[in-house]
Ligand binder design. Structure first.
Ligand code: DGL
Length: 270
């Protein structure tokens, strides 16, 4: 059985492309419709009600594009809104559960760190998914909101002084606690993984939510008989603002020019 409809992926902006990048590696035959809400980013500093409203509108947009499954690439949406979004006509997955499963599998000392936006950390979603699978785990969480604008500004080189100083300040308490596994619980953070890895030190395993979500979704498609047969693979990208900025960042992140497949979707139509 196969299903050649696209997979819908959404995020508050460009960070979700870290998930798309991993999906393309894990399932190159699949088509993706991506929606990045660049007009309303960031989500991570918004109230729960606003995040839920935005998530519902983003999902509605993807459903109109005839998707067979939806991936909430955004750590904030996955933590805050997804638990309450039910009864959709297609399966939906976020990044929290796959990353919690990976962290539990990889930790050796049971000390797991979680970093994300303020909304993600306040939701306690990663904590409860880890605890459900490993009740004895010790979990240490830190909101790292400044990582988001640092990534948006493109300050992601391994020797970027601002990024390094920010990482040192945010991550010091987690290092002190001796975590051996750290969940990068926000779409943007894998882009700082070199710096975060350098600051945390060699013995710490970083969990890339994009990688974990991509493999989890692949498994889900397989089990539900929803995999594509690869004959019509084609990606489309929509953003709610700043098409040009998105296009140049996307070509760096995905390693190819996507400008022909990129369009603006008006927020009014969501
Ligand atoms: N995409 C968001 C997340 O993964 C980060 C950016 C934002 O705050 O909207 O949590």
């Amino acid at each position: 059985m196969s299903d050649n409809r696209p997979i819908g992926v959404f995020d508050s902006g460009l960070g979700g492309l870290t998930v798309v990048r991993e999906m393309q590696k894990a399932m190159p035959d699949e088509s993706i419709v991506y929606f990045g809400d660049t007009g309303r980013v960031p989500y991570g500093t918004k109230s729960r009600d606003t995040i839920k409203l935005y998530a519902k509108q983003d999902i509605e947009f993807l459903l109109k594009n005839n998707v067979k499954a939806i991936v909430a690439a955004c750590g904030t949406v996955s933590s805050v809104a997804l638990p309450e979004i039910t009864a959709l006509p297609v399966p939906i997955e976020g990044v929290v559960v796959p990353s919690a499963i990976a962290a539990v599998r990889k930790t050796r000392n049971g000390k797991i760190g979680v970093i994300g936006t303020s909304a993600t950390i306040n939701s306690g979603a990663y904590r409860s998914e880890i605890k459900a699978r490993m009740p004895e785990a010790e979990i240490f969480e830190t909101a790292c909101p400044l990582f988001v604008p640092i990534v948006e500004a493109g300050w992601i080189n391994r020797d970027d002084e601002i990024a390094i100083l920010t990482a040192k300040r945010y991550l010091a308490p987690l290092k002190e606690k001796g975590v051996d596994t750290l969940i990068l619980g926000c779409t943007h953070f894998p882009l700082l993984s070199d710096i975060i890895g350098d600051v945390m030190g060699e013995g710490v395993t970083l969990i890339d939510t994009g990688y974990e979500a991509a493999h989890y979704v692949l498994d889900m498609l397989d089990k539900k008989g929803l995999k594509s047969d690869g004959t019509q693979s084609k990606n489309q990208f929509f953003v709610s603002d700043r098409v040009d900025d998105f296009s140049s960042m996307a070509s760096i992140l995905l390693g190819k020019d996507i400008s022909d497949a990129l369009r603006k979707a008006s927020v009014d139509t969501l």
